[in-house]
Design a protein around this ligand. Structure first.
Ligand code: ADP
Length: 213
């Protein structure tokens, strides 16, 4: 499957150094967690740029495939337009393949994966097989009425009110349990997403030990 998110490289293939980070900083393996419209995409872009790690948005990857005219793409589009989840086995293939690429050696930021406990376990075993583990799970929380308001203002093809409601329900049923799961593993960091983008971003960076210049 094609990849929507390219690493934050400078022209000429020189990796940019994260602002305020010494060279040779440890790879950062991060998951960004939160309900639809919590602002994950915006924060993911900022974090990837600042940390110089590739952002892996499964939503973007699936949308790219669904627009490709392939048979798989058509199947994915039907699922996404209903606000349902693509099955764990398909997602495991997508993510396993993406994490095999060399650019993830310096770390990565997963956005939109894992979304179920099964996916979280799959991710752990993919990483374990490579002798790696997650460093942190960054969870952005936003109250439900604010999420609905944001979704209605956005206008993507899966942003119809009944689909929005379905996606929120799926989040609560399937994805929210990951908060407790990662808290139990000592990996969870929580952030109040009902604030200006810059404030949330500053707190995310601070939690990762990055001071903005
Ligand atoms: P948002 O960021 O708005 O919550 P995404 O762009 O991450 O949504 O995902 C859009 C859709 O793509 C989801 O509603 C779902 O159908 C599908 N999808 C994305 N990631 C996954 C995943 N990890 N597991 C299953 N389905 C996924």
């Amino acid at each position: 499957m094609a990849d929507a998110a390219e690493p934050a490289d400078l022209p000429g293939g020189v990796a940019s150094r994260p602002a305020g980070q010494p060279s040779g900083a440890l790879p950062r393996r991060l998951v960004l967690l939160g309900p639809p419209n919590a602002g994950k995409g915006t924060q993911a872009q900022m974090l990837c740029r600042t940390l110089a790690v590739p952002g892996i948005s499964t939503g973007d990857m699936l949308r790219l495939e669904s627009g490709s005219g392939s048979e798989l793409g058509a199947r994915l589009k039907t699922i996404m337009d209903r606000g349902e989840l693509v099955d764990d086995a398909t997602m495991a293939d997508v993510v396993r393949e993406r994490l095999r690429r060399d650019d993830t050696e310096r770390g990565f930021l997963l956005d939109g994966y894992p979304r179920t406990l099964g996916q979280a376990e799959t991710l752990a075993s993919i990483l374990e097989a490579a002798g790696k583990q997650l460093d942190a799970v960054l969870a952005i929380t936003v109250p439900a009425d604010e999420l609905e308001r944001r979704a209605l203002a956005r206008g993507r093809s899966d942003d119809r009110p009944e689909v929005i409601r379905e996606r929120l329900k799926v989040y609560r049923d399937k994805t929210e349990p990951l908060i407790g799961y990662y808290r139990g593993l000592g990996l969870l960091r929580e952030f109040d997403g009902d604030r200006p983008i810059e404030d949330v971003g500053r707190d995310l960076l601070a939690a990762l030990g990055v001071q903005r210049p």
